[in-house]
Design a protein around this ligand. Sequence first.
Ligand code: OSB
Ligand code: MG
Length: 391
Amino acid sequence: MSISRIVIHRVPLELRAPFTTSFGTYETLDRPFVVIETGDGLRGVGEIPTLLDPAYKAEVDTPAVLTSLREFILPSVARAHREKGQIDDVPALRESYAWVKGAVFAKSGVEAAMWDIVAQRAGEPLWRLWGGERRTFPVGVSIGGKTLSQVLDLAERAVGLGYGRLKVKIWPGFDDEVARAVRLRFPDILLQVDANSAYSMANWRRLQALDDLDLLLIEQPLFDDDIVLHSEISRELRTPICLDESIHSLRDAQAAAMLWERNDALDRLIVNIKPPRVSGFAEAIAIVRFCQEKGIRTWIGGMLDSAWGKAMNLNFNGVSEIQLPGDHFSPGGAYFVEDVTETSLVAEEGQFALGDGVSAGVAIDWPRFERMGRVVYQETFDLHNRGSRSA
Ligand code: OSB
Ligand code: MG
């Protein structure tokens, strides 16, 4: 398969409600979308769910991602394409930029666009390409409220819409009271909390107060780049620890497994799989398989993705190795004032059902997509397979 062009669109997205985490509040987002165009007229799309800044973790901000794509990743794809005459599958694509250290978010967008093309060519839904066997599964919501009353309000709305699993954002001083209030209001709900690395070795013991709330997990309480100290404190927490920020690869998941195994605590290790945070779906598949073999539970996290990114993640959630409900929906209805797909995603009674639609199962609304965003870069691949760069 020949690639004729790779285009980066930059699309502003406006949240319907502000989303607050321990590291800040977001009202708008500014998203790169990678579009791969092929010689035979297909277009594959990959969203890169960046945030405006690197407060969640390194290299997930829009400027860093655009730099990695423009300077290193897309030129590498063009070079490999020129040398081989084509890049026709995900392994060849990944190999072309494997030399680039880090840049997991940037890489994931190119890979997602390629998966879209592979699925269109096969005429299959992504979940089938990925070996998915579960057509219907429960989904959850992530609540990013700034005050206790906002959190309770959003929880009320989410439960009213039928969701059976809630995740609440916490930080020091906004933890025990909030989690306890939600647990009291919804005694039977699946409840988990996410600290986004807001605690240190000096104050993590505050979290022991949450051990009697029957929480499913506490997500990334310590530093964004840490696995070791998390394994250390897991010995003194009854609630499982879930790693998010610090898992970028199968190797990271294996390292975590080794550490928890030494504590005889594998049943208290959970891994949040965000496909973009592990450089794409190929690595995500390897991680969920490994975790399944080890008895480590996994679930699919989100980054306030557009309906396109969410649809891809939902397809991935069809893989049977994934046990727990993911962050796929907003507690109050749609995430964004305007989104990029023709139809919106719906979960009836907190369950999502995968259909037989090709690729992600939803279609990009191209006129709207092009109106909402703008092209910021393109890498052209000429017919003689000589790559060239242009702004
Ligand atoms: O840590 O899971 C996180 C959003 C932005 C950055 C980090 C996180 C989140 C979420 C949102 O919790 C999950 C979603 O997309 O619904
Ligand atoms: Mg998280």
